[in-house]
Design a protein around this ligand. Structure first.
Ligand SMILES: [Zn+2]
Length: 107
């Protein structure tokens, strides 16, 4: 894997350390309201319904969704925000790579 026999971490290993330090996710977190199955529920009768948080993401092109427990919602939003920062950094990294390769060629 590594060149010249030195032990290099794989990209997946490096990413795992990053993910251990920062919550990371790609997708979106949305708050919705939906009725429950209980008969005579006051919240549902009032039309308010029950607050639910859903995390949606793509897996192999398919849109998937998971309910998020209220106590986990904050962390998940933070993870999605971090994911967006990571995407911006990744885009910048490609641009920087092309520019530095050009500079190296100029010599
Ligand atoms: Zn209800």
């Amino acid at each position: 894997m590594g060149t010249k026999g030195n032990k290099r971490r794989t990209l997946a290993e490096a990413f795992a350390s990053l993910a251990a330090e920062f919550p990371l996710a790609k997708g979106s977190v949305a708050d919705t309201h939906s009725p429950c199955a209980r008969k005579g529920c006051r919240l549902c009768a009032s039309g308010k319904g029950h607050a639910k948080t859903i995390f949606t993401y793509r897996e192999g092109g398919k849109l998937r969704g998971l309910y998020v427990r209220p106590k986990h919602a904050g962390l998940l939003r933070e993870a999605v925000d971090n994911g967006r920062i990571l995407e911006r950094l990744l885009a910048k990294s490609g641009r920087d790579l092309v520019m530095s390769l050009r500079e190296a060629d100029a010599d």
